[in-house]
Design a protein around this ligand. Structure first.
Ligand SMILES: *Cc1c(COP(=O)(O)O)cnc(C)c1O
Length: 383
């Protein structure tokens, strides 16, 4: 039997799942063409896979970038990116009051390697710029901003940050909370855009993945780290992510409408103390929200005018959402933040992060929005 495999069909509408761990070359000349990047063929499963290439091209297009890489999780994308762009003695400035494990990565892990990491709060947008000016210097290799922040949807004025930083400082924006449909950081001068693709982009709570997109030369640097660290997605996950991208725009457009409807309802309810939703007129940084975001998504965070216990009663009385800690999927999810994600954080840390006892994060899924509102209304009556 010949070593060379027939291609069978090459006219699939859907690219099949490629599980080959390695690839063969026709002859030595082709090997050399591969090395010189004159021919795109596979070499080895840790470096190349057709399912990654397909989804990476789409991820790059979504973020208006030249190139993109896919990772097995958002944290994996963030860790690999920060490792490849920082070094001993250099500084990273990041938004500290957002996704918990970014604080962990910067404050506990990268700091161990002699990288100075400065955490700034995005809770007050004006104060953020003042603090940023104090800490930024020529030694800062990376600025990492989570926009909007998880779970409060705080925003940073990217344009102001961009005016302060020098050309060789890499500006990274984690825009998981907005998705590329609602926010395009590259338009505002970001060098790299990161997503946890298990949230809005994946959209079905059935995969873990992450992405980083940007200019070819920076992406190449990060790719070299991924090649060595070996944190690659399996082809099935890449296939699922690729399939999800086909419906992303429609899903987000629906969630933008549903999110605004829920936020507006909650704001009018006497048992609700405060709603954190960037689409509301009452939102603290309405000017920034209007400038940067074209929609506000399906996550509504709010505080109740109740005790901690009554808040728990409310969450337990909800019939529609799963109690859990994902967002952006077809399943509605709810968590009382202080008892779920932030349970192990000491009270003073929770106070500092703005995680009050009655703070709730509600992520809308594809349940009927009027049913969701009725369910919340009934649970509030019982609480
Ligand atoms: C979930 C999340 C991450 C981490 O992504 P994983 O895929 O869970 O590793 C990073 N940033 C933000 C804003 C997130 O919401």
């Amino acid at each position: 039997m010949s070593k060379k495999r027939k291609p069978y069909f090459n006219n699939n509408v859907v690219n099949p799942i490629h599980t080959s761990a390695t690839y063969f070359f026709e002859d030595t000349e082709q090997v050399i063409r591969y090395h010189d990047k004159k021919e795109e063929v596979g070499r080895y499963g840790r470096y190349d896979n057709p399912n990654w290439l397909e989804v990476e091209e789409k991820l790059a297009t979504l973020d208006l970038c030249e190139d993109a890489l896919v990772f097995p999780s958002g944290m994996s994308a963030i860790a690999t990116t920060l490792m490849s762009l920082s070094e001993n003695g250099k500084k990273i400035i990041y938004t500290g009051k957002g996704y918990r494990n970014i604080r962990n990565l910067c404050g506990n892990i990268l700091a161990k390697f002699g990288i100075e990491t400065i955490s700034l709060s995005p809770a007050n947008a004006k104060q953020f710029i003042i603090e940023f000016k104090k800490h930024y210097d020529a030694n800062t290799s990376v600025v990492f901003l989570e926009i909007p922040s998880n779970p409060h949807l705080h925003l940073v004025d990217v344009e102001e940050v961009k005016k302060i930083i020098k050309d060789d400082t890499i500006l990274i924006i984690d825009s998981t909370f907005s998705s590329p449909i609602n926010f395009l950081p590259i338009r505002w001068g970001a060098d790299l855009v990161i997503h946890s693709c298990g949230k809005y982009i994946g959209g079905h709570a059935d995969i873990m993945a992450g992405s980083v997109a940007g200019k070819k030369d920076i992406i190449e640097k990060i790719r070299n780290y991924r090649n060595v660290l070996g944190n690659i997605v399996d082809s099935h996950t890449a296939f699922m992510l690729n399939r999800s991208i086909a419906t992303l725009k429609m899903r987000i457009e629906y969630l933008n409408q549903a999110g605004l409807k829920l936020a507006t309802f909650l704001e009018s309810h006497p048992k609700v103390k405060k709603v954190f939703y960037s689409g509301l007129a009452s939102y603290s940084n309405r000017d920034l929200a209007k400038k940067y975001l074209s929609g506000h998504g399906g996550v509504v965070t709010f505080e109740l005018n109740l005790s901690k216990k009554a808040t728990t009663n409310f969450v337990d009385a909800l019939k529609i959402p799963y109690m859990g800690t994902n967002f952006g999927s077809c399943h509605s999810m709810v968590e009382q933040c202080s008892i779920f994600t932030y349970y192990k954080e000491p009270q003073e840390v929770r106070n500092d992060l703005g995680i009050s006892d009655t703070l709730i994060r509600y992520s809308i899924g594809f349940d009927n929005i009027d049913d969701i509102i009725n369910d919340i209304n009934e649970a509030l009556e019982k609480a």
